[in-house]
Ligand binder design. Structure first.
Ligand SMILES: CC(C)(COP(=O)(O)OP(=O)(O)OC[C@H]1O[C@@H](n2cnc3c(N)ncnc32)[C@H](O)[C@@H]1OP(=O)(O)O)[C@@H](O)C(=O)NCCC(=O)NCCS
Length: 168
């Protein structure tokens, strides 16, 4: 039987290139047909290794999933960007490389991020997802998230709804 090493740990600055690669692959796969091609390409290009390195150097909180020493997913999180919200914590992003989705790793990254937010005194959690991202909305609902807010986001010439899921 082959043994697979699975690790969830805090990201280090040296992970910047690997996180950028997962971000690139996961965003193209998740948002094709939802975000127009040109805007999606610009969003992916803006988030290269230098961008990730910069936020990691500044202390951004990110947990990563490593399988056999290769980085396959990440969750970034911190204080809720909305002021005056009862949800003090926010998961900003949660992405897995496509071939590692549907295997329970999303739940594990979510739980790790949530635990760290709780440990830092940031109680209550909010996550935003595009309403057309059925996979994400189904996942957050399955994890017990309740839809608590909705707003529109413009991508070039198209407007897409975003839903916020909350956990108390
Ligand atoms: C969304 C994402 C993070 C979920 O991670 P995942 O590893 O695929 O999900 P898991 O396998 O951990 O699923 C956890 C639970 O949610 C359920 N679930 C997952 N997706 C679901 C869906 N679309 N609808 C209903 N339930 C779902 C699973 O069946 C599982 O249930 P169980 O633990 O009770 O058996 C992952 O699919 C992903 O990276 N998608 C592309 C990027 C993306 O959309 N990220 C979110 C941006 S807001």
């Amino acid at each position: 039987m082959t043994q697979v090493d699975i690790t969830i740990r805090s990201a280090r600055p040296a992970d910047a290139s690997a996180i950028a690669a997962v971000h690139d692959e996961a965003w193209r796969e998740a948002y094709r047909g939802i975000i127009p091609g040109r805007e999606l390409e610009q969003m992916v290009q803006r988030r290269g290794p230098v961008w990730w390195r910069t936020i990691l150097d500044r202390g951004a909180r990110i947990v990563v999933l490593e399988i056999d020493d290769s980085l396959r997913g990440y969750a970034s999180y911190g204080r809720n960007r909305l002021a005056a919200s009862p949800y003090l914590g926010e998961i900003f992003e949660l992405y897995l490389a496509p071939e590692y989705q549907g295997l329970g790793f999303g739940r594990r990254l979510f739980t790790a991020a949530r635990r760290d937010l709780d440990a830092r005194g940031l109680k209550g959690l909010l996550v935003w997802a595009l309403a057309d991202n059925d996979r994400a909305c189904g996942f957050y609902t399955r994890l017990g998230g309740i839809k608590v807010r909705e707003m529109d986001e413009t991508f070039g010439t198209v407007v897409r709804a975003r839903h916020a899921f909350g956990w108390v």
